[in-house]
Design a protein around this ligand. Structure first.
Ligand SMILES: Cc1cc2nc3c(=O)[nH]c(=O)nc-3n(C[C@H](O)[C@H](O)[C@H](O)COP(=O)(O)OP(=O)(O)OC[C@H]3O[C@@H](n4cnc5c(N)ncnc54)[C@H](O)[C@@H]3O)c2cc1C
Length: 223
């Protein structure tokens, strides 16, 4: 089961607008208006924002210097997915390669039980992610082939051997620094605004959940 299974189950009866980027937000005394890239407008009473704080402040620049969010920063993560027909030959399911390695973490998704085909996910270190973030995919693959010589036999990273390979880029993959107290930002000077997410609570899914539950409790107290 992948990481998204729980939110998908929780959201199964909700109306969710996928592939919809909010580009403008307006706040009134008792309501919010949001516009997407196609000029569609959505109004709401409470606005809960869960995106990384740099994306929040792009939409709401007045919060840029707010003490709750001005010190939140994130590290990027470059990840490569490699899928092929023949199984990989390592004895492990996942391996932590260490912070000194360009690739920090490798996981065999078939052994993990989430892929019918042999498929590897590799997460690059902070330094390698920053260095190669804007590089073309081919350069990333080349670097990968060079930087994993000790694992080449097991991984069989040879050109033309793949059914599929792809590079994914997360600019705000993991917050840097400790959790913030309280782990949310709630503002009710006009229509209520709640900012939550892993950036407020030291990272990971459980951090995002804790931040959201704490923030919603706060909002409920004010109702
Ligand atoms: C490669 C990788 C592997 C990870 N593995 C693990 C793991 O094994 N275990 C674990 O606990 N955590 C893991 N994490 C961390 C985990 O994914 C995050 O902690 C969690 O997703 C944070 O949830 P969130 O709701 O705070 O933010 P997000 O999941 O980042 O959600 C924010 C959402 O806001 C959306 N958004 C941004 N801007 C806009 C806009 N303008 N309009 C509309 N929508 C917008 C984004 O598209 C995104 O869907 C991993 C992260 C990465 C990148």
């Amino acid at each position: 089961m992948g990481m998204s299974a729980i939110p998908k189950e929780l959201a199964k009866n909700l109306r969710v607008n996928f592939e919809t980027k909010v580009v403008r937000i307006e706040r009134q005394a008792k309501a919010w208006s949001l516009w997407d890239e196609n000029e569609n407008r959505l109004d709401c009473r409470l606005l809960v924002m869960t995106c990384p704080t740099p994306q929040i402040t792009t939409l709401l620049p007045e919060f840029k210097d707010h003490p709750q969010i001005k010190n939140v920063s994130y590290r990027p993560c470059l990840a490569v997915l490699i899928c092929r027909e023949l199984p990989f030959e390592m004895e492990w399911t996942a391996k932590w390669m260490g912070r000194e390695s360009s690739v920090e973490w490798i996981c065999d998704n078939q052994k993990k039980g989430i892929s019918p085909l042999p498929a590897l996910t590799m997460h690059f270190s902070k330094n390698a992610s920053e260095k190669y973030f804007d590089s073309p995919d081919e350069e990333v693959f080349r670097m990968l082939e060079v930087s994993l010589p000790n694992l080449h036999r097991g991984l069989n990273l040879h050109r033309g051997d793949f059914l599929y390979r792809a590079v994914h880029r997360w600019r705000y993959s993991q917050p840097i620094g400790a959790a913030i107290h309280p782990p949310y930002l709630y503002d009710q000077t006009l229509a209520p605004l709640l900012m939550v997410g892993d950036g407020f609570s030291g990272g990971r899914v459980e951090g995002a959940i804790q931040s959201t539950l704490s923030g919603l409790n706060k909002w409920q107290e004010t109702q």
